[in-house]
Design a protein around this ligand. Sequence first.
Ligand code: ATP
Length: 260
Amino acid sequence: MTELKGGALLEARQVVVRFGGLEAVGGLDMAVARGAIHGLIGPNGAGKTTVLNVLTGFIRPTAGRLVFDGEEIGGLNVNGFARRGLARTFQNIRLFGAMTVLESVLVGAHQRFSASAPALIFGGRAARTAERAMIARAHELLDFVGLRHDIADRVATTLSYGHQRRVEIARALMSSPKLLLLDEPLAGMNAVEKQEIAELVRQVRAQGIAVLLIEHDMQIVRSLCDHLTVLEYGKLLADGAPERVLSDPAVQAAYLGRAR
Ligand SMILES: Nc1ncnc2c1ncn2[C@@H]1O[C@H](COP(=O)(O)OP(=O)(O)OP(=O)(O)O)[C@@H](O)[C@H]1O
C-alpha cells in the first residue's frame, strides 16, 4: 500500500469475503485518506461492490479488520457504521416508492441521529426544533446537489434517473458523513451528467468529506480521483496515484478484452 498524504481515515486489513466456495475478496489491504477522492476500480466481478458492502457494514467479512477514524468498527452493525460517519449510495438506486424527495433525504438523518423515542412520541419542543433544523438542512442539501426546491414534494421515484441519483447523494450527506461511498454514481448517465456529478463529488471533497467511488469510466477516474485501488479476482492489483496506476501494464492487461 502506498503512503497516504492526509493520513488514513479508513483502513481495511487482510479482508477476506467468501460466498460458499467462492472467494470474492482475498486478503485485501487498502486505506482511504482523509479528504481524498478514492477510486475503486477493476474488471467486472473483481469484488468492488463486495468491498464497498464490507466497508459500510452491509456484509460482515469472513476475516480481516476495519479501522475507521482510529476505531475498530468490524464488529458493528450497519447503523453502527452510519453513526460513526460512513454513508453510501447503491449501484441500483434505492428510493422508497411512496416517499417525497424531502422525506427521502430526511431518512438519511434518521439513520444517524435518531431522536429519542419519548421525544418523538410526546413531540416536545426540542424534538420540533430538531425536526425544523433537519428539514432546513435537507433543503440546503437539495440545493447543494443541484435540485430545485420545487421538487421537494414530488414522489422521489417519479424523478428522472439522474435526479434520483442526486436525491440519493443528498440522503447520504444528510447523515453528515466523514466518508461517502458511491457505488457507480455515474452509471447510466450521459457525458454532461457525468461531468456534473463529478463536479458534485469535488464539492463534497471541498466540504472535507472523503469519497470512495466505484467507477468504470477511466477518463473520469483519471481526472477525478486522487488515489486509485485496482482489484482483480478479489485481490489488490495496483494502488496509488491515478497516472501511475493507469499506466501500469498489469492494470491495462486486466482491462484488455474485458472492457464493458
Ligand atoms: N451475495 C453473493 N453471493 C454469492 N456470490 C456473490 C455475492 N455477491 C457477489 N458475489 C460474487 O462475488 C464476485 C465479486 O462480485 P462483485 O459484485 O463484488 O464484483 P464487482 O467488481 O462489483 O463487479 P461489477 O463491476 O460487475 O459490479 C463475483 O464473482 C460475484 O458473482
